[in-house]
Design a protein around this ligand. Structure first.
Ligand SMILES: [Zn+2]
Length: 423
């Protein structure tokens, strides 16, 4: 999008909404201080934001000089955002408010099929059901989609697969999911990788630091990078592809990418389950022979004291700790969030990652580092999908273009104006 003048009234409205929403400034005097705009202009811009439904009065506050000032708050209930995340083992669909709070969530289990239209159709039907229940009167303000692959954020298309995945596990780059959902849900659509959505979700937490890394383990190991409060997508949209970082781990396992010793070959679900099958077949793990070889079983076995299972969990944790040590030393995040599957919930895994990380990282770079573990239901993804939509919707450029006609925007006008973008 082209940049717009800071004098544009809608750019000023966007800034006022941002300040009110973040809580940085919520009264006319505070907004005047923060923006250096005159009181009369501030009054007009607040009025415009209130007419859009984005802010509303929420009582009064004693200000300097003892005069009472109206306090404004962001009106998260004004519109609805739809989010849909395509995972390797199922689809998650949710409806959120404009604060990114999940109103209702639907889980559609099933392996990722090779047909993207079929997958999109399942998600759209679930989205329509959520809209009927919670927002029957209007289209959503926006739709946020997550894919299990790197995504070109400008086009919403999957970039070429980084590796040859198992059949059905890769997302085709020739399917225009953004255009498909724009027409189907009659709302503007943005698409990003699930790892980037997890990072956006973690960055949206109230206590989130400006610099953080999110590691998301599902079938492989993904990660997302937030630097100075902004998501870092990289020059080719593949920033955070931690799964193919080489670690000097135990043995020389060959990765799906054809190289030796990637983190993926130690810590991904496929690698751990392949080892589990071998251990079960040789009888080296009584637990696996009895209970099966899924990752959940390996983690449960390790926690129950089965040495074969514990070795697999520790091997994955050692590789993860080594990969993180390099990233943390180089990037110096304040927080690392590790989540995505059941491995992150294992206390054995957690303590081993911490040990290896501290052993291999520069002491100064881990001194104030906080390592957090998330749950395997990945709450960050849906919050991140909503955050992605809201970041664009409420941006200066987008407000300048669309706010004069009001939200939610008319999708036929959007498609006519941006036929090139959405072609
Ligand atoms: Zn690899």
């Amino acid at each position: 999008m082209s940049s717009v003048s800071p004098q544009d009234p809608w750019v000023q409205v966007s800034e006022i909404v941002r300040l009110v929403r973040s809580g940085e400034a919520q009264t006319r005097p505070e907004l005047a201080d923060a923006t250096r705009l005159g009181r009369n202009i501030i009054t007009q811009r607040i009025q415009a934001a209130a007419e859009l439904g984005l802010v509303r009065p929420s009582g009064q506050q004693r200000s300097r000089g003892g005069r009472a000032a109206d306090v404004w708050e962001f009106h998260g209930d004004e519109g609805r955002i739809l989010t849909g995340v395509v995972g390797s083992f199922g689809l998650r669909v949710a409806l959120t408010d404009l604060d990114g709070r999940v109103v209702e969530e639907t889980w559609l289990p099933g392996e990722l099929t090779a047909d993207p239209v079929e997958t999109s159709e399942r998600m759209a039907v679930a989205m329509e059901a959520l809209m009927r229940r919670h927002h029957p009167d209007g289209p959503a303000w926006g739709v946020g989609i997550g894919l299990p692959t790197p995504v070109d954020f400008l086009t919403g298309r999957s970039t070429s697969p980084v590796t040859a995945g198992p059949p059905g596990a890769t997302w085709p780059s020739d399917f225009d999911i953004r255009r498909w959902f724009t027409r189907r849900m009659q709302a503007p659509v943005w698409v990003d990788s699930n790892s980037n959505l997890s990072a956006l979700g973690a960055a949206a937490a109230a206590d989130a630091p400006e610099d953080l890394i999110v590691v998301r383990m599902e079938r492989g190991v993904g990660s997302g990078i937030v630097s100075d409060g902004r998501l870092h997508r990289g020059a080719d949209w593949i920033a955070g592809e931690i799964t193919h970082v080489t670690v000097q781990g135990e043995g020389e396992p060959i990765c799906l990418c054809g190289r030796v010793g990637c983190l993926d070959a130690y810590a991904s679900r496929w690698a751990i389950e392949a080892e589990a099958v071998a251990l079960a077949a040789t009888g080296a793990s009584a637990y696996l022979t009895e209970h099966g070889t899924d990752l959940d079983v390996v983690v449960a076995g390790a926690e129950a004291g089965d040495l074969g299972c514990a070795r697999l969990v520790l091997r994955a944790a050692d590789a993860m700790g080594r990969a993180l040590a390099a990233l943390v030393t180089w990037f110096n995040p304040r927080r690392v969030v590790i989540g995505g599957n059941v491995l992150a919930e294992s206390s054995l895994f957690q303590s081993a990652v911490g040990r290896t990380l501290h052993m291999h990282a520069l002491a100064a770079s881990v001194q104030h580092l906080e390592v957090r573990y998330s749950t395997s239901d990945r709450p960050e993804e849906l919050q991140g999908a909503a955050a992605m939509v809201l970041e664009v919707l409420l941006s200066a450029e987008y407000m300048a273009e669309w706010a004069p006609a009001g939200f939610p925007i008319d999708v036929e006008v959007l498609l006519a104006k941006h036929a090139d973008l959405l072609a």
